[in-house]
Design a protein around this ligand. Sequence first.
Ligand SMILES: [Zn+2]
Length: 302
Amino acid sequence: MMERRTRDEMLHMDLMNGEARVMFCETTQMVQACSDLHNASPVCTAALGRLMTGCAMLGVMMKGEKESVTVTIRGDGPIGTMVSVADHGFVRATCDHPEVELPLREDGKLDVGTAVGHHGRMSVVKDLGMREPYIGQCELVSGELGMDFAQYFTVSEQQPSLVALGVLTSGERVLKAGGLLIQPLPGCTENTLEQLELRSPMFAEISRELAAAPKEELAEAWFRGLQLRLLDRTDLAYRCTCSRARMEKALLAIGQKDLQSLIDDGQGAELGCHFCRKTYFFSQEDLEELLRRGLKKEETGS
Ligand SMILES: [Zn+2]
């Protein structure tokens, strides 16, 4: 039996001695933190939460220390562009319009698909440290995000996958959030596939399931008889990696001409981080110093 833990965490498991991979996580606190930071409406909290949960799965699967993954959703819905970044278990997210509110669907659920949009593109960029980044893209299939992640894995990574993502809210509170990914691996038998197919209705409402029982208990029940094995567990948290140094880089990247015109304005510059809403102020002197550094760099050609 697996040890029960209530914090946000990814369980990395396998079935039948490696016939299928299972990633199962709870992301409740992470989604709440994101919702609070962006003052997001319930439907936007659900959309951001599902996106972050899917992104966390990709993040945890990456092995290299300096690797990270960015998932961008450009749908035609009112929420606008959504972005999530995962550095292994540290995840952050933002969107253009976190204030968007929509009527509930007929079945009483938050209308994530309409908020995100039923048409558009999903892109996944894996920053592999020293190597060339991996870029995968696919069309959105529903905007509900679970199916879209499944489509991404199947089409872009050629890895058939079942993905369930869910966020259960009550007003501003995130009651439960989490996700499940199942990937049959090479050598997966017909019998195991059939068993997973048979059991798939059990995973359909992942956040409600998580509200009823701890994730370890759910996993043990869902995969009973399939030799469930826990390989690894990774803590998940909402964390931004912005810093003054990164903002300086961004300022340098606008180019000397624009930097000079900022200096000429005489107001200094205030830069805000989209992911954590932190602001960084650069005084007139700071900007002049940056410009000098930029010029120097250019001279030495580095
Ligand atoms: Zn930040």
